[in-house]
Design a protein around this ligand. Sequence first.
Ligand SMILES: Cc1cc2nc3c(=O)[nH]c(=O)nc-3n(C[C@H](O)[C@H](O)[C@H](O)COP(=O)(O)OP(=O)(O)OC[C@H]3O[C@@H](n4cnc5c(N)ncnc54)[C@H](O)[C@@H]3O)c2cc1C
Length: 351
Amino acid sequence: MEDASRGRFFGPDNDRALAVEVLYETTAVRLVLDEEGAVAGIEARDRAGMLSRLDAPAVVLASGGFEGDSEMMARYIGFDLPTVSRGGAHNRGEGIQMALDVGARPIGQWNQFHPLPADPRTAGAASGLMTFAAVMETVPYSLMVNNSGDRFMDEGATSMDYLYDLVGRAVQRQPSQTGYAVFDSKAMTLPHYRKAVLRDKVFEPYQADTVEGLATLIGVDGEALTATVASYNAAVPQDDAQFDAMRLDGLSTDRLTPPKSNWARSLDTPPFYCYPVTCSNVFTMGGIGTDHTARVVDMDGIPIPGLYAAGEMTGIYRDKYVGATAVLRGLVFGRLAGYNAVDHSFNQARP
Ligand SMILES: Cc1cc2nc3c(=O)[nH]c(=O)nc-3n(C[C@H](O)[C@H](O)[C@H](O)COP(=O)(O)OP(=O)(O)OC[C@H]3O[C@@H](n4cnc5c(N)ncnc54)[C@H](O)[C@@H]3O)c2cc1C
């Protein structure tokens, strides 16, 4: 957008103050169009169930994905998941559906979501957030096992930023969608480990003096887990001098399936610990198409007059979420949507 038009509304000479009214506990349910198909406002339902019409020459949709709607999750992704934050439960795809209903183009990968491995004990925690940092930071220095005590993934496949996505997906495919990150007391001496896991910890990891004792605590078959740990210990290098938690150190198992490609130290120093792990949902990847100025487009790529969108509901991602880009794109396109919606509104109001 041009600086000149930005200045018209937000520069020092701007004399048109905008008042903003926030309607809490009010759900937008439908877009209202005029007879020419331009946006003319929305209909919203309040807590008492009353429907009201809000007239507006421009509407910005920024109501997130559909991670909070079990029906849409089942339809597009095939299963439901806990949302990692309490707020996610309110993102039920209504904004996406409202836009589709007026001809917006679907975009993004509708059968995909951004997973985060999290501690299932913290679902519904008072903080509103499931514990995920402790789990993520621990997995690379652990063995991941399922209910049967079997390993199911390469815990050292790549660095933590890339790994956590793989962990979430692998755990989701396990029986009861549960895995266990089993580690020993050597993890406690990793650089910055305690600080890292303290960030959002609600529950301590399970702890026992023996692997068998740990298995009993977490309800996993003790013999199976002991055998898994023994075969892993037999496959790690005798000399672990190259272990380096701060980089991909190449310390890998030999002839073990699945392998552990980095940080493969023996698991032999009590006490032994375990975080249970489930797959939580950060956001969904299907959404509606916009152009480079945040205008919602139809199937022909033509902007729907007066309709703008930003954030999670605009799709974009495919297969993999690139860390830390969600807030950035929400900021960039949210700002553009805001400027352009105001611009559009004033242009509509002009005689
Ligand atoms: C735990 C966690 C950690 C994250 N870490 C990062 C990170 O490090 N870096 C990063 O870039 N991103 C991160 N993200 C992702 C990022 O925070 C989100 O993608 C982003 O906040 C989405 O913004 P949004 O405005 O699109 O949607 P939201 O922030 O979800 O806002 C949508 C709003 O719309 C409301 N709403 C929904 N439906 C309706 C309706 N029908 N009517 C009225 N209102 C409605 C909702 O109640 C909600 O308030 C993280 C997300 C989580 C949950």
